[in-house]
Structure formats: C-alpha cells, structure tokens
Design a protein around this ligand. Structure first.
Ligand code: GN1
Ligand code: MG
Length: 374
C-alpha cells in the first residue's frame, strides 16, 4: 500500500464521507492491487475501515450496469450464505441517499463512478501460488462461488464487457493494434520490442479458432466470475482459509471453462504474472491437480460436457490473456495498469511460456481433470 498519489487525500476523504461510514473518514491509503480500478483503504475516526473504489470508465463503458450486477450478486450471496457470513462475502456500503454508488463529474482525476465495500479485516491476498493446499482452497472457493450463483433469480446479469472471452475477437483487436502501431514511430518501437511475441501469438492463432471453447463443446452459459485469479481471493490471515471471492466487476453470464482457464493461467504455476524471467512459467502438475480437485469439489454442478471442456478452457484463456497483454503493449499500455515500461510485454511472455508448457503436458492435464481425453 502507498499513500494516495493521483488523488489528493483530502478529495478522497470527501468522497468517502458521502457514504454511510461509521465515523469521520480520517485516512486514505491507495491500494495498488488490480490492474483496472483505483482502490483506497479508508479509515474512520471510530476505527472502521472500508474499501473505496473508482470504477475505470475506459474499461467499463456502462458502470451503472456493473453496479446493478454487484447489488444483485451481493444480496443473493447474503441471503444464500445466511447469518454470520459477513466475512465470506462482499458488502456494499450505501451512499447517504441510499444509492449504492455515485458519479462525480469534477473536472479532475476524481471524476467517475465511486463505490464502497466494508473492508474484511485480518485477511491476506497472494500474487502467486505457493502450495497445493492454497491452490486447492482458492479453486474450491471459486467453484463454490459459481455454485452459489446457480440460483440467482432471473434476469441474467448484464454483460459488463461484451465479448469479454471471445478469443477470436481478441485476435481481431490485436490485428488492429498491430496496424495502428505500425503507423507511428513510438508504435513501431513497441512493435519491434515485441517481435518474438507477435510471431508466437500468430503461430497459435489456429488454436483459438479450433477451441473457441463454448461453441466447440456446446456449453451452457452460467453465471461465472470471469476473473478467477488467485489475487481475487481473500485468505484468512490466521487460518489460511479461502474466505471470500472479490472483484465482482465481470461476474456475468459465461463459461465455467473460462473460469477454470483463468485459474490455471494464474495459479497452475509458480511465476508471478509479470515476471521478467519466464523460468517459473510452466505448468506445475501438482498445483494443477490441486486446482482441478478444488474446483471440481466446489463446482459440483458441472455436467460431464463442461468437465471435458476445462482443459481447452485453460489453453484458450492462457492464449487469450497473452493476446490481451500484447495488444495493450502495442497500444501503449492504456488498459492494464503498469508500473514500468515493458510490463505488459513481460506479462504476455509469462502467458506464452505457460501456454507452451500446457500444450506439452496436454495428455497429463486431461488425465488429471478426468472425464475424457478427447
Ligand atoms: C484484469 O481487475 P483485475 O486487475 O483483477 C482484467 C482481467 C485479466 C486480469 C489479468 C476487467 O483484472 O480480465 O484477466 O486483469 N479485468 C478486466 O491479471 O479486463
Ligand atoms: Mg477484475
């Protein structure tokens, strides 16, 4: 955590004060966690703490829909998990007027859509997988999360980012980024830096077309999390238990195979997402097996067809994420937050190295997940 930089603390505290917090907001510390939204931990005079977030309007074109989804999801989980479940689910804090978010149009960096959650105390997050036990628990928690949303009353949630896991479409966006980059000196420099990755992604393009996992397996659409990385789980600081699934911005209709794929790309290996060296970026079969076991235990609703699609989901999502990072590198890092130049390219390399290893161990992966090898 670091002290607020982009927004001055006073402005953030004033925004926090518009929510129904216990006590006067006295401190705000920026949390450089996700790549998308701005997040602050806000403390009040009475000792309560909250997570205040500004939704990234570039990434989410319709923040109202994001928030409508989250209101429905959090209410449903509260009903479903029952009394005493406060640390196992997110709780939104309303604004003074009873709404769950508000928009400021201040002509500075504070402009945007703001929301607040109660902070779940005594938890930790991790950026990379360490033990099979930890991975089992995280995957089980994501599986349970999907199971809990199976009976979310209709209508389906809004698609907050249309075509989010449409890998073929992600390739088309990549083509456009490549063409645009070629038209400027700065773009050409980024393109040259990424020469090997551009060729690698192109070499795997056929894979996206072949898998296109939903169509290939005729899969049912479920309510899924869509961003199942290990850092989106809060672990209990004392017990290590996977307490709560966070980051509900992309929870919407989608495929279980995509959630599984995101888990494999983020916790089926031991590399950090943006590691400069790709040595650790290869599938670790012990972690993968723990992940598959945990997820299958949490997501018992899966049909045999869905189960058979999981490894294809892992291949497709790893490739898709490589393409997304590479596209953003070519675009000049406008989507995923970076702390250094070349970070998106490093992130892409990690995904590509992992993809090679997944392809090399394909038979093992299918044996571990079970169901079928075809
Ligand atoms: C983004 O919100 P955050 O930082 O956890 C991204 C995911 C990517 C992930 C890669 C809305 O997630 O799709 O998989 O980065 N979220 C969005 O780490 O694009
Ligand atoms: Mg996210």
């Amino acid at each position: 955590m670091k002290a607020t930089g982009q927004d001055d603390t006073g402005a953030v505290l004033r925004i926090a004060g518009r929510f129904r917090v216990g006590g006067r907001p006295t401190a705000a510390v920026e949390l450089r966690a996700g790549h998308i939204n701005d997040s602050y931990v806000v403390s009040t005079a009475s000792g309560s703490r909250y997570l205040l977030q500004r939704i990234n309007g570039y990434v989410f074109p319709n923040p109202a829909q994001v928030m409508e989804n989250i209101v429905r999801i959090t209410r449903h989980l509260k009903r479903r998990l029952g009394p005493g479940s406060g640390r196992r689910r997110l709780t939104l804090v309303p604004v003074a007027n009873g709404e769950m978010w508000f928009e400021t149009t201040a002509p500075d960096r504070r402009a945007g859509w703001w929301r607040m959650y109660e902070l779940i105390e005594d938890t930790t997050t991790v950026l990379r997988a360490s033990t099979p036990e930890q991975v089992f628990l995280a995957a089980q928690a994501f599986g349970r999360f999907e199971t809990q949303l199976i009976d979310l009353p209709p209508p389906p949630l809004h698609e907050t980012i249309p075509g989010f896991h449409d890998t073929l479409n992600r390739f088309e966006t990549f083509d456009r980024a490549l063409a645009t980059a070629s038209a400027s000196a700065a773009g050409n420099a980024r393109r040259r830096q990424a020469d090997a990755e551009i060729r690698s992604v192109a070499a795997h393009r056929e894979l996206a077309g072949r898998l296109s996992v939903g169509a290939a397996h005729k899969l049912p659409r479920r309510t899924v999390h869509n961003d199942c990385k290990i850092s989106n789980i809060l672990f209990d600081r004392e017990t290590g238990e996977a307490l709560c699934v966070v980051d509900l911005d992309t929870t919407m209709p989608g495929l279980a195979a995509c959630d599984f794929g995101d888990m494999v790309r983020s916790m089926g290996h031991r590399a950090e997402e943006d590691a400069h060296e790709t040595d650790g970026a290869r599938v670790d079969l012990e972690l993968f097996a723990a992940l598959a076991q945990g997820y299958l235990d949490g997501a018992r609703y899966l049909t045999a067809t869905e189960r058979r699609s999981l490894v294809d989901g892992a291949l497709e999502l790893t490739l898709e994420q490589a393409v997304r990072f590479l596209t953003d590198h070519l675009d000049g890092d406008v989507y995923f937050r970076v702390e250094r130049t070349g970070q998106n390219l490093d992130r892409c390399r990690v995904q590509l190295a992992l993809l090679e290893s997944l392809l090399a161990r394909d038979t093992d992966l299918r044996r571990i997940v079970g169901g079928s090898t075809t």
